[in-house]
Design a protein around this ligand. Structure first.
Ligand code: ATP
Ligand code: MG
Length: 211
């Protein structure tokens, strides 16, 4: 039967910390693309690259759970935080596929800034067979520039290039970088991150030292 396939969104990110920009993006993708569920996928701690604020993967995972717990369509995966070999989106998707029925459709959700990085990163042709991409508008990132870059990539690769849909969402100029700065400076983060996340940041004393 057409349209009976399960549609899973994957929202990848460092989530250091998770904020309302991430949550709005995931919820809009769920609604606009009729996704059955959105799986948040916090990145593992890369062995060489330091993540700003040095918050361990386990804590970023906990913050992601706290932020998403009340949404029945959201869940959080431990796949990347538990496996150091999953540093590329294509590897994560292959690993994800193993635990879902064959016909499941996957949609990788990103912001306008992250999509090109992912596509240029590793094995775009491999990616195109695994999932579609949803690129959300993000303040500070020109959609015109993004559309032009995507058109160029498609021209260069022609057949087999990843399917990327641009998604318009209510603009939230929130970033984890700005939030880390706010915590360090003692400025308010209220209404930018869920209160449960703000409480956890305070309790654990994250982001007080320079990145
Ligand atoms: P940092 O400043 O540390 O890079 P970030 O706010 O960009 O943090 P990430 O964890 O890097 O958060 O982002 C995860 C995903 O969410 C990326 O695809 C990113 O483009 C997207 N994203 C983050 N913030 C927003 C936002 N305000 N609007 C739309 N998309 C966003
Ligand atoms: Mg980012």
């Amino acid at each position: 039967m057409a349209n009976s396939r399960t549609r899973i969104g994957i929202m990848g990110g460092t989530f250091n910390p998770i904020h309302h920009g991430h949550l709005v993006t995931a919820e809009e993708a769920r609604i606009q693309f009729a996704l059955d569920r959105v799986v948040f996928m916090p990145t593992g701690n890369p062995p060489h690259k330091q993540i700003g604020g040095e918050v361990a993967a386990e804590h970023r995972y906990v913050m992601t759970v706290l932020a998403t717990a009340a949404n029945p369509f959201f869940e959080v995966s431990r796949l990347e935080i538990e496996r150091s070999d999953l540093s590329y989106t294509v590897d994560t998707l292959r690993a994800m596929k193993e635990s879902y029925p064959d016909q499941t459709e996957f949609y990788f959700i990103t912001g306008a800034d992250a999509i090109l990085e992912i596509l240029e990163w590793k094995d775009p042709k491999g990616l195109s067979s695994l999932c579609k991409f949803i690129a959300a508008t993000r303040p500070g990132y020109s959609t015109m520039k993004l559309e032009r870059s995507l058109a160029l990539l498609r021209e260069a690769e022609e057949a087999g290039y990843p399917d990327v849909e641009l998604m318009h969402i209510p603009a939230l100029a929130i970033s984890s970088t700005d939030l880390r700065l706010r915590v360090r400076e003692g400025w308010s983060t209220r209404y930018l991150v869920p209160e449960t996340v703000a409480g956890y940041i305070r309790k654990e004393g994250f982001y007080r030292d320079p990145d």
